[in-house]
Design a protein around this ligand. Structure first.
Ligand SMILES: Cc1cc2nc3c(=O)[nH]c(=O)nc-3n(C[C@H](O)[C@H](O)[C@H](O)COP(=O)(O)O)c2cc1C
Length: 363
């Protein structure tokens, strides 16, 4: 049975199909890009990295009502097309003044160096927080969730990497207070969001790491997945979005075609299966998903959603073309990472070489 275009639910929120635009920083506010994705038939768009505190460089955040007009515009664009949008709530776990100064020097330092220094700055952040500071951050998530609901969202994604990934990982979390228990901080965030905005559905980005081979540093070890899933479900998570853990380098979290270990379609499938085997909630898998047949196979296996990032950057009309049986017209991503990951590294808007070359031909 074909499942990709059947109705689905996260909590009580109905989605028109099982195609999710995975959180993707676009290097700009991206309203037009979201329009293309929504018009192309995607069921749910995750808006990347929406900070729960005032964010760096003026990126849209949900610490206040300041960006409501922007979020409402995106929601309107999405809902006109029967699509939902969910902000990915996260906390920027570094010294904002220091990172701001790195960004100002980015022309001389280069994107790679800025990212390396940012990663260095994250080390130790989780351990450095007092219990009161940790709890203040939890209440920021609650406030942001309340704001998300007031702005009109029905779903939020809690970013289980970044600061929550540090609290989840024995490599970063050496605390001796109640948040030294690896599941405690992420579960407290989910609980606080549920209490603050009970009508919001909560999708949790559960990022999983492995030791052999060593992939990912923040996030949950594959052997710890059952314990995290139980704690997060009890706290109120309505669904899971599974990807590889971060805090290492983008080459693993967004693997190119030539990645030595993360090869082929569904390259994080083993991580998703670990969640699927112990969760009673819908699970979305990401990682080089790009063919209808493969997405259907995942749904047949029990995944509720197929999450696509780079394939939808390459061709936002992927869902429509699949639904209409026009797969031969799809612009298939080659996972070259040149203008998408390359764009982020150079602090330029995200683009795609396939689209650029077609645009050139049309001119
Ligand atoms: C340009 C770009 C930006 C991304 N930004 C984010 C982000 O802000 N937050 C996040 O959780 N994941 C981010 N990701 C990771 C994607 O959500 C996804 O997990 C990853 O790209 C694998 O999926 P894919 O193979 O379909 O691209 C980004 C990916 C790309 C390509």
């Amino acid at each position: 049975m074909e499942r990709l275009f059947t109705l689905a639910k996260i909590g009580t929120v109905e989605l028109k199909n099982r195609i999710v635009f995975a959180p993707t920083s676009l290097g700009e506010r991206g309203t037009e890009f979201y329009r293309e994705i929504a018009e192309g038939g995607t069921g749910l768009i995750i808006l990347p990295d929406v900070a729960v505190q005032p964010s760096m460089l003026g990126a849209p955040s949900l610490d206040s009502e300041r960006f409501f007009p922007y979020f409402r515009q995106i929601l309107e664009i999405c809902r006109e097309n029967g699509c939902e949008a969910a902000p990915q709530l996260f906390f920027q776990e570094y010294d904002l003044a220091y990172v701001g100064s790195l960004f100002r020097q980015r022309m001389s330092l280069g994107g790679d160096e800025v990212r390396r220094k940012m990663a260095e700055n994250v080390n130790g952040y989780c351990d450095s927080l007092t219990t009161e500071q940790a709890e203040e951050i939890i209440s920021r998530f609650a406030v942001a969730a309340g704001n998300a609901q007031s702005a009109g969202f029905r779903i939020v994604q809690i970013h289980g990497d970044r600061l929550l990934g540090s609290f989840s990982s024995a490599l970063f979390n050496h605390r001796t207070d109640r948040y030294g228990e690896l599941t405690a901080f992420p579960a407290a965030v989910v609980r606080a969001v549920k209490e603050a905005a009970p009508d919001l559905a909560i999708d949790y980005k559960l990022t999983v790491r492995t030791e052999e081979p060593a992939l990912g540093r923040g996030g949950v070890l594959i052997s710890e997945v059952p314990c995290f899933v139980k704690a997060l479900e009890e706290a109120g998570a309505d669904s899971f979005h599974v990807a590889i853990a971060n805090h290492s380098n983008l080459r693993d979290t967004i693997p190119s075609a030539g990645h030595p270990l993360l090869q082929g379609e569904g390259c994080f499938r083993h991580l998703g299966e670990a969640v699927l085997s112990c969760s009673s909630r819908p699970v979305c898998l990401v990682g080089k998903i790009q063919h209808r047949q493969f997405a259907e196979e995942l749904l047949e296996q029990g995944f509720a959603f197929a999450g696509l990032s780079r394939q939808l950057i390459a061709d936002p009309r992927w869902p429509e073309k699949v639904r209409e049986g026009k797969e031969n017209e799809i612009r298939y991503c080659t996972y070259c990472n040149q203008r998408c990951v390359g764009g982020i590294m150079k602090n330029q808007p995200v683009s795609c070489i396939l689209r650029e070359s077609e645009d050139r031909k049309e001119k």
